[in-house]
Design a protein. Sequence first.
Length: 358
Amino acid sequence: MNVTATNIAAAINSLDKNVTYDYPNPRTKTKINIVNVVMPEGPIIFRRCEPNKGESFDNKADESISVAAIWRLASSLKPNLPVNVDRVFGASYNSRSALEAMLVHTENYYICYPGRLEKIGEDTRVRNGHKHIIFCPDKPHRRGIFEVMEVNDMVVSEVDREVYFDSLLLSENPERDKVQIEIDRRHAQIQIMLIKAAESIGLKSWVAKNDHSIKYDSKRLIEMDSVIKDLSNTAALQGYPNAARAGELIDLMWLDSEGRKIPAIIEIEHSTGVTSGLTRMKGFMEEAPDLAHMTFIISAPDEIREQVLRKANAPQFKDMNIMFLPYSAVEDLFLLSRRNLKGIDNIKFLHTFLEAVT
């Protein structure tokens, strides 16, 4: 069964809101109180405090776990398979541990510590595992407590954060700067992960005209089945005579299967030079102003997040409501998409990986 945000929200809503809940880490003394769960998909409103420090819930502000965050966790869960919540959120979401703590107090979620495979050179060893949660729909425990499930026979493989594509071929002119070659390679890796993720959830992609000749899996990107060949023939752009030309150099666009909607416009920026990508997207928006369903996205390395947010908040770009998609989230999105996800809302799924910049 596919876990949805509605499943998670309903499970947490079933918990008694008149009691406090512990974190599964015994070193964490903070307590959680559930204030409200907005059905059907969230957000989840809660408070937390440390009674040992004399704190009280009464003078603590409400905190919120967004619908997008709930969907992101839901999309990663499969029956009887361990999930590392820190990994799902890239260890960047402030309320991820509170969401985990509330969820494991519901009947069908457990804490577990599967072994992990560690590969060093030719040597592979099983090491003590990190904390995971596991969804067990057929093994409920008592509501309101958390339990640890023994999984002594279970080992998980830590996915390498560097996703390599051995068949990715770039033009490597020996006269080109080696640093620029590596930047171009990483740019293409992110582009391909986004194309494949879109394909897995029923979307097509437009690839920047100057990237059509990049080869992956013995094909040029323009030859991939899920890549559209001519932006000017896209149904969504009919009636906007200059939009295709304005958008032809944008790194990536996601389109629905009929080309009538463009849910995502994505610029991939490997350095702090974000302004050129923002300017391209702004020009496209001005040529197709009535396509209100578009989401404008900057995808960039996690470590330049602050620079992206600062530049995207410049006055000339404020009306675009830019979203940030870190490279780590692209990798998570790609890895999840390889599970052949079915029955999900592809736009909601994408938005679970995005961060608002305003």
